[in-house]
Design a protein around this ligand. Structure first.
Ligand SMILES: Nc1nc2c(c(=O)[nH]1)N[C@H]1C(S)=C(S)[C@@H](COP(=O)(O)OP(=O)(O)OC[C@H]3O[C@@H](n4cnc5c(=O)[nH]c(N)nc54)[C@H](O)[C@@H]3O)O[C@H]1N2
Ligand SMILES: Nc1nc2c(c(=O)[nH]1)N[C@H]1C(S)=C(S)[C@@H](COP(=O)(O)OP(=O)(O)OC[C@H]3O[C@@H](n4cnc5c(=O)[nH]c(N)nc54)[C@H](O)[C@@H]3O)O[C@H]1N2
Ligand code: SF4
Ligand SMILES: [Mo]
Length: 740
């Protein structure tokens, strides 16, 4: 690829500029740690945890320091670029924002005119929820596309949580958060907060919090096919066969009934269908399930008893549970256990938060809807207006009416992060038009015709609309930008504002709209374009009437403590005259099938016909952040982290030595990676982290290329999905290995 003219003077600064201290935040993961930066002009000198922060209390991990690397990265795009093909060679040319916006609007509008609005697809990746300008101003643009072809990282992640909360508590974001600071019994399945720093549970400094849990006499139990960093600090760890958690959780519910441990207490008057649940779980005896899960019946019965008897207990399940064939049943069963033991909406159990800006009460986020329409090719259900991303490539590759021909990606790298990424890679190369809002030329954005690069995290302000909703303690915290952006740089929200304005003008020059529609649109865009996120926050706080003002937030950049989590769910439901139906129809229908589908994995024979089938699972590392912080030398240096964990028994069966390179093959493809032979993984299971595979041609991330690794999603399977929601099923993918 030709060199890019990419002046990276943003961090240049004069040596005699004063050194200043600024309080900011790390927006890389859900822990949202408060940070103290030392800056000189536009140069970041140091990054430290902020001891005064009421939530993160000084916590910091290696990734926060890499915010400086991201800011200074010479490979980071700082001006829009367009892709040009000259003599068969791809070249990226820097263009003005004006030209870029016009190209994008024209490219999208043309596809819409020729093929209809659903031919334009959208994929919004994970940082969309870590960068509030996307939430405040993105909808203004995306709404105008009037497309049903919307996708996001939700369907490779937490979709089952939303669906279950939507059913049980009436809102997709009504997700009860573990009261880690007060619980006396915490059972974690499929989550590794010591590496991930918590998810759907914003819990910075989690190591200290777990230590405190044990010091007050509480107990921490981990169920995971791997002996994880979290398992290492727990009282107990039990290996489970991947993909079988639903059977185990159902056997826990069975035990609660069987041993008369059901005691919903304050929840009792709200619960419907308790008896129906008892009947539905009757076949799931711990004694029978043990053969599937690998957890013996005595352990299951004991854990159910300890859980029921603890004065404040909580079961919590994350990624490893949501992204498996029975992810929805898993997340449903967890809620049912917490409800039947009276642990929802009580101190030490699981509680809703009371954020200063409440996305539920303000109706900024919809309650959610399910299966109102389905995808064209496979018939997968929508949730909340989005289709599961496992179907995105086939919708682009399958001809016919409604075929997707244009794509907008924002904050996402689906080529590395969605199942069967190679297929998507191909599909993207065939699109009529693609635009990416991203500051890297990476595995996904290299297919774009135009890339619009926003500012990076330290260059804009923050208020965490999403993760303050999910935090284990209520706080409010507004952080100003740490360093000023380069002249002419645009924030994500400004990009959306401009796209919205120009797209409306372009579309309405040919499409019909009523005068009223036009006027409302113009008014909304006119007002929103003048209101940066911080002004909206000030207005929101004012309206919320919780006695907290934007001025107060400005005066307390370390954050304002709003206290521990307090019961509010029951009162909220009662106010709305709502009850909790313990057995939603889809679950009622699914449970009888559950046993028939074990093992919950594809059964195609091994390519060689002989090699044993192993079950592939994922892994996160504290120094890695999904697919995109790999261009920081300080994070990727050292031992290679993209290794395949394998048990000594399975290694011996194929005469593999530690460090040896193997080929891992699945139905959809293969990768080559070194093995790490370890007893920390269950026999029959192998584990590979995601987000790697930076050796594709045409990217421009030099550090990442030098530490390429391989992409697990070249072997995960777009046909393996969660049975109800069609969320990606990354756990228990059948694979075969062979010395390379
Ligand atoms: N350092 C770092 N932190 C991150 C991220 C990152 O990439 N790096 N990503 C962020 C994001 S986007 C998210 S969503 C969160 C996710 O946060 P977590 O859910 O805590 O993520 P993981 O560390 O992947 O933990 C998943 C666990 O599930 C286990 N597992 C896999 N299959 C099964 C199974 O079938 N049953 C059971 N019981 N366990 C299983 C895996 O071994 C692993 O330990 O992390 C966030 N934080
Ligand atoms: N096999 C397997 N696959 C997985 C997972 C797994 O555990 N196993 N985990 C899944 C999970 S939980 C998630 S959340 C997804 C994540 O996958 P994605 O959401 O698709 O992508 P990320 O890897 O988070 O990449 C983020 C992209 O956004 C860009 N970016 C960063 N900040 C900003 C910003 O402020 N504005 C804009 N416009 N762009 C920005 C980065 O340059 C990068 O290109 O991966 C999923 N894929
Ligand atoms: S745990 Fe690390 S990556 Fe996550 S917010 Fe805190 S400093 Fe950032
Ligand atoms: Mo995620």
């Amino acid at each position: 690829m030709a060199a890019m003219s990419n002046a990276h003077t943003a961090h240049a600064t004069s040596p005699d500029a004063p050194v200043e201290t600024r309080q900011g935040v790390c927006n890389l993961c859900e822990a949202i740690c408060g940070l103290t930066f030392q800056v000189q002009g536009k140069r970041i000198i140091s990054v430290k945890g902020n001891d005064a922060d009421p939530l993160s209390r000084g916590h910091i991990c290696p990734k926060a320091v890499a915010l400086k690397d991201l800011h200074e990265d010479p490979d980071r795009l700082r001006q829009p670029v367009k892709r040009i093909i000259e003599n068969g060679q791809t070249r990226w040319q820097t263009i003005t924002w004006d030209e870029a916006f016009e190209l994008v609007v024209e490219g999208l509008a043309r596809v819409r005119e020729q093929h209809g609005s659903n031919a334009v697809a959208v994929y919004q990746g994970n940082p969309s929820v870590h960068n509030w300008g996307n939430i405040t101003h993105g909808p203004m643009f995306f709404g105008q596309l009037k497309t049903r072809s919307r996708f996001s990282a939700t369907s490779v992640d937490q979709l089952p949580h939303h669906l279950v909360s939507h059913w049980l508590y009436g809102h997709q974001l009504a997700i009860p958060i573990p009261d880690v600071d007060h619980t006396r019994f915490m059972l974690i399945l499929g989550g590794n907060p010591l590496a991930s720093n918590g998810s759907l549970m914003t819990v910075p400094d989690v190591r200290a919090r777990f230590k405190a849990l044990r010091q007050r006499g509480g107990k921490l139990v981990v169920i995971d096919p791997r002996r994880t960093e979290t398992a290492a600090v727990a009282d107990e760890h039990h290996f489970i066969d991947p993909g079988t958690d639903a059977a185990w959780l159902l056997s826990v519910i069975h035990t609660l009934f069987d041993e008369e441990l059901v005691s919903p207490k304050h929840l009792e008057p709200l619960l419907d269908n308790i008896k129906a649940v008892r009947d539905a779980v009757a076949p799931f005896r711990p004694e029978t399930m043990a053969a599937h899960t690998g957890i013996d019946a005595a352990t299951t019965r004991r854990l159910a008893l300890e859980l029921a008897q603890a004065d404040g207990a909580v079961v919590y399940g994350r990624m490893g549970l949501s992204t498996q064939a029975h992810g929805v049943v898993c997340q449903w069963a967890i809620q049912v256990i917490n409800l039947l033991t009276g642990n929802v909406d009580r101190e030490g159990g699981a509680l809703l938060t009371s954020p200063a800006i409440d996305l539920i009460q303000t109706r900024l986020m919809s309650a959610g809807h399910f299966d109102v329409w389905r995808s064209r090719v496979r018939g997968a259900p929508e949730f909340g207006g989005e289709l599961p991303v496992s179907v995105m490539a086939e919708e682009m590759l399958t001809p016919g009416k409604g075929q997707m021909r244009a794509l907008i990606t924002s904050c996402g790298n689906p080529v590395l992060s969605t199942p069967n990424g190679r297929q998507l890679d191909q599909a993207l190369s065939k699109l009529d038009f693609m635009v990416s809002i991203d500051f890297y030329l990476n595995e996904t954005t290299r297919h774009a015709h135009v890339i619009l690069p926003p500012t990076c995290g330290v260059e804009h302000d923050h208020y965490d609309l999403v993760f303050l909703h999910l935090a284990v303690r209520n706080i409010a915290r507004y952080s100003e930008a740490v360093v000023a952006p380069a002249d002419g740089a645009l924030h994500d929200w400004q990009i959306y504002t401009e796209l919205a304005r120009r797209y409306a003008r372009r579309i309405w020059s040919v499409e019909r709209a009523s005068t009223r529609q036009r006027l409302t649109g113009m008014l909304t865009r006119g007002i929103m374009g003048r209101l940066p996120p911080r002004r909206l926050l000030a207005i929101g706080l004012n309206r919320a009437k919780k006695g907290l003002s934007f001025k107060q937030l400005l005066a307390n950049p370390q954050g304002v403590d709003l206290g521990p989590l307090r019961p509010s769910l029951v009162a909220g439901l009662q106010k709305r005259g709502r009850r909790i139906d313990l057995l939603p129809l889809a679950i009622r229908q699914e449970l009888p099938n559950l046993m028939l589908t074990f093992p919950a994995v594809a059964t195609s024979p091994a390519p060689s016909g002989e090699r044993p089938t192993l079950k592939l699972i994922g892994r996160r590392d504290v120094r890695s952040n999904n697919s995109w912080m790999h261009n920081s030398e300080r994070l990727v240096s050292g031992k290679p982290r993209c290794t395949l964990w394998i048990h000594p028994r399975d290694a011996a069966a194929q005469h593999l030595q530690d460090g040896q390179t193997v080929t891992v093959a699945s139905r959809v493809g293969q990768v080559r990676v070194p093995v790490h032979v370890t007893e920390d993984i269950r026999p029959g299971v192998v584990s590979l982290p995601h987000g790697w595979g930076h050796d594709r041609a045409g990217t421009d991330m030099k550090v990442a290329q030098a530490h390429a690794g391989a992409s697990i999603n070249d072997i995960t399977d777009d046909r393996l999905t969660e049975r109800i929601s069609a969320n990606a099923a990354f756990s228990a993918v059948p694979v075969w290995i062979e010395a390379a």
